[in-house]
Design a protein around this ligand. Sequence first.
Ligand code: DAH
Length: 356
Amino acid sequence: MGGQTIDKICDKGFPMDTLDELKSQILGEIEHATKLAVLEDVRVSALGKQGRLTLLMKELGQKTPEMRKALGAELNALKDVITQALDQRKAQLEEEVLNARLASETLDVSLPPRVMPQGKIHPLSHALDQAIHIFGQMGFVVAEGPDIEEDFYNFTALNIPLEHPARQEQDTFYLPPSAEDRQPLVLRTHTSPVQIRTMLKQKPPLRIIAPGRTYRSDYDATHTPMFHQIEGLVVDKKTHMGHLKGCLEEFFRLFFEDPALNLRFRPGYFPFTEPSAEVDALWKNGAWLELGGCGMVHPNVLRNCDIDPDEYQGFAFGMGLERITMLKYGIEDLRLFFESDLRWLNHYGFAPESRE
Ligand code: DAH
């Protein structure tokens, strides 16, 4: 339309009609504005300094009081309507812009970080990764079991009789029995129950390691109530002690990065192996250091898992992750692993490997 003047409006005799026309024109423009910039143009052309409505209002100032009275209120009302319509449309368009942005800028949280993380890998995690890697190359797969364990798996099935000292209160954290079947529950004192769980679930041949948390009521420079073990189990038809020795020798030589590392298998006793042995390594300082326990799986244990000991034999081993990590990195006090001292973590921690 354009070029409305008060005189023209009044000339027509029906100023309200002409104002209505202007109103529907501007409102139409507002409705059809599909971009914020276009909407801003509409605003300026209606309410800006030279805007259609502004000019009418300016003009009105020079007219007679009657005319001002007649049209002033109408113009103000029109201005309010238009301002409100502009605000509404603006909010709508802004929301559309935001929605379009949200739809286009999706965030893939699985992408590798562009900035290297500041944190360090805890030495225990690092050592465990290495151990899993070495055993993995030897054909072992990782098995898991629960931290809260039934007495049956932690003791009974492992041929640990009721009167065995490992069952005594000072070592084992006992929990209230399970709600459903009143099974006695413990925090597992070793990772050996994973042997039982695995043998009950899978048929031989088996070759597993079971790393995980273990719990005993003990606290000093070499004991914390929570610590980690790595369990190993191999069951097959012709498994013998020579396989056990070769396997652990290979593992420890790779883990300690010493191809000439000297191991000693010293007779020992564990209820779940027969014969049993303790494994020692001849350390750089000339001392024999104990690394773990091992042996041939006791026939009773195989029988408890429905495996015929006349057909299958197995070997098993268990080692403390903290112990082998302390030896590898020269860490003197076990408790430091769990103090979360940032200075210590920065010193003993490992830079994350680049994943690119
Ligand atoms: N479970 C034993 C412990 O916690 C360690 C162990 C010894 C595990 C001999 C074994 C084994 O599998 O054969 O002291």
